[in-house]
Design a protein around this ligand. Structure first.
Ligand code: S3P
Length: 169
């Protein structure tokens, strides 16, 4: 059974980019959970949240996470920002013995990316809403096994720091 690496963190912390760069460097297979959901559902995470509500999205997200883990074919999974917050998902991740990495980016960095991104984020519509969510979620992100503080936009440095933790040792 594979023990995938899980990348978590707030919206705009760079999860997708980091997962794909790590996969490239380590020659591993990566999946972005929101993309997986969008392909299967024919709608983006944002669309599902807007049309069906957040609880419906969370149910789809948990099923998707279970399915990705069950394929036993994926080495690195970039979660959506809320997936790690759900206890059932954390338990599932634990059952698979995954290595979990929290990309701890400062709020202002996340917000700048959220604000300028073309991607719709219904749970991060305003600065106030995003900041409240960021503060509320921090203690839960901190339950991840590996804590990577993001200092700037230097992806190379970030990847080197993640690799130096040993990850799958
Ligand atoms: C969410 C984050 C989004 C996406 C959805 C909900 C969240 O993913 O899953 O809009 O609850 O933080 P990103 O973290 O990739 O933006």
């Amino acid at each position: 059974m594979k023990r995938p690496i899980i990348i978590t963190g707030f919206m705009g912390s760079g999860k997708t980019k980091v997962a794909s760069e790590l996969a490239r460097r380590m020659n591993l297979v990566t999946v972005d959970l929101d993309n997986w959901i969008a392909e299967r559902e024919g709608r983006s995470a944002a669309q599902i949240i807007v049309e069906d509500g957040e609880p419906a999205f969370r149910a789809i997200e948990s099923n998707a996470l279970r399915d990705v883990l069950q394929t036993n074919a994926v080495d690195i999974i970039a979660l959506g920002g809320g997936a790690w917050i759900e206890e059932t998902n954390r338990q599932l991740i634990d059952q698979y013995g995954c290595t979990t990495v929290w990309l701890d980016a400062p709020f202002e960095m996340c917000w700048a990316r959220i604000e300028t991104s073309a991607e719709e984020r219904p749970l991060g519509k305003t600065r106030e809403q995003s900041l409240a969510l960021y503060e509320r979620r921090r203690p839960i992100y901190s339950l991840a096994g590996i804590h990577i503080e993001i200092l700037d936009d230097n992806l190379d440095d970030l990847i080197s720091r993640i690799l130096r933790t040993g990850l799958q040792d």
